[in-house]
Every structure is written in C-alpha cells, then in structure tokens.
Ligand binder design. Structure first.
Ligand SMILES: Nc1ncnc2c1ncn2[C@@H]1O[C@H](COP(=O)(O)OP(=O)(O)OP(=O)(O)O)[C@@H](O)[C@H]1O
Length: 255
C-alpha cells in the first residue's frame, strides 16, 4: 500500500544567522487511514513539519513523496494544485470566517476548490449535517461556540474530500465532549482511508491516535502511547512507519 506521506531524510534549515535546523533527517510515513499524533516541546519543529507535509514549505534536503509522487522540488503552481486536491487543513487560525454564516463558510471552501455550483448546492447541507451543525446553518461563524467553530473548521477541511488531513492542536481548547466530537469526525475520515496527522499537546488526542511520534530538536523519536487499549511499551515497540493498519477505535468515555 502506498503511503500517503513519506518523508525520507527530510531537513528544513531556516537561512538566518545563525542558521536554524528546524528539521534534521526526518523519516516518517503515514498510511491511508492512519491516525498519527505528533508531539514535541515548543520549538521542536512541529509547525515546520506540518508546513512541509502540507506543501506550504519545502524541505531544504531529503525527499517528500505525497501519494507516491516526489513533491520535494515541484514548482509553486503544481504545489498549489496538489495541496488543493489532496490536503485538508485544520489549523489554529482555523480558517472559520467570522462574518460569514456556517453554510457560507462551507460553500466558500467548495468554491475555492473549484467544485461546481450543482455539487455545492447539496454538499453544503450534507456536510453541515454530518458535523452536527444543521441547526446553526445560518449562524455567523464568530457567534459559534469553541466546539462548534472547530467542527466547522473540520467541515471546511474535509468537504473537498482530501486524502490527507492535517490538524494543528485541534482539541487544545475544547472540553471533553467537544474534543470527542472533533476526534469522531477525524475517525470518520480515517475510516474512509484519509491519513490524519495531528500536532497536539493534548493527552486525549495522543491516546486516540494509532501511533504517536515525538519531535525533539528537529528529529523524530518514536513513541508508544500509554492508553489502556494499547500494548504495553516494550512489547511491540513503535510500529514501522507506513505499515500501520487503522487500529480499533478507542473506547468512548461513559456518558
Ligand atoms: N521562519 C523562520 N525563520 C527562522 N527560524 C524559524 C522560522 N520558523 C521557525 N523557526 C525556528 O525553527 C524552530 C522550529 O520551529 P517550529 O515553529 O517548527 O516549532 P514548534 O515545535 O511548532 O513550536 P511551537 O510548539 O512553539 O509552535 C524553532 O527554533 C523556531 O524558532
């Protein structure tokens, strides 16, 4: 099975004085349907990694294959097209347009992706229903609660059916129920074969992932999460990158 994301010895050095080696020789693969959490202290390189994987930045060395295609050195226009086609983003500055309604937010995401009006007409209510915001369709983005806003951000990211979903702290500011709601939406995507890569400091999200890796000073250090449904550390070790089948869903907390 071709990995969705495959990084080989990827480095990203910022050309400042002195140079900053934000990523150093990163090897990482994410399989279709895999849920990967990336942990790491502030400054360890998480955002840089997300930007490279999201085709918002380029490696200064090494190879990045997206769905088997070497995209490390493709030109700007190709990168934009690949990004729009393959990748959905749920970033902290969440792309929810506060002065637009929920429905308009989703409509505009589809428009930006070039989806024809005939499809937008049914995709908007369908998507809003799936993220549980049908009753808020006409509410302005800025009036939504934190959890609603984040579900709308996910709706905008996935309505264009990406094969890779990238999220930066998607549950950081949410209470348990709302965090669960967002992770359920990610589960739905992973179930459809979407590779989900999440940067997080949130233990709930780390425990939810099939696999976690830690960044330390620009390098990947494999980790085994410590959730109850997981094998004990040391019995299986970190799964080889790119070979992980989607794991069983973690047990939901009792209502
Ligand atoms: N544009 C830039 N120019 C120079 N240095 C940069 C630039 N962007 C990031 N860095 C540096 O690269 C290193 C990695 O930064 P990065 O933002 O990837 O870390 P992070 O793990 O996402 O941190 P945080 O959790 O605080 O967001 C840091 O030392 C940071 O100061």
């Amino acid at each position: 099975m071709t990995a969705v994301v495959e990084l080989e010895s990827v480095a990203r050095t910022y050309d400042v004085d002195p140079p900053v080696h934000a990523l150093r020789g990163v090897d990482l693969a994410v399989a279709p349907g895999e849920r990967l959490a990336v942990l790491g202290r502030s400054g360890s390189g998480k955002s840089t990694l997300l930007n490279v994987v999201g085709l918002l930045d380029r490696p200064t060395a090494g190879t990045y294959r997206l769905e088997g295609r070497d995209v490390s050195r493709v030109g700007e226009r190709d990168r934009d097209a690949l990004r729009a086609d393959a990748i959905g983003f749920v970033f902290q500055e969440s792309h929810v347009l506060g002065h637009r309604t929920v429905a308009q937010n989703v409509w505009l995401a589809l428009m930006a992706a070039g989806v024809p009006r005939t499809d937008r007409v049914w995709k908007v209510p369908d998507m809003i229903g799936r993220v549980g915001l049908a009753h808020r369709a006409d509410a302005l983005g800025r009036l939504l609660s934190g959890g609603e806003k984040q579900r709308l951000a996910v709706a905008r990211a996935v309505v264009t059916t990406p094969r890779l979903l990238l999220a930066d702290e998607p549950t950081g500011n949410l209470d348990a129920d709302n965090a669960r709601g967002v992770l359920d939406l990610f589960d739905e995507q992973a179930g459809r074969g979407v590779a989900v890569l999440v940067i997080t400091h949130d233990e709930r999200t780390a425990a939810w992932a099939d696999r976690t890796v830690r960044l330390e000073d620009g390098r990947i250090v494999p980790e085994v999460p410590a959730g109850p449904a997981r094998p004990a550390a040391g019995t299986s070790g970190a799964t080889a990158a790119g070979t992980t089948a989607p794991g069983p869903m973690p047990a939901r907390p009792a209502p």
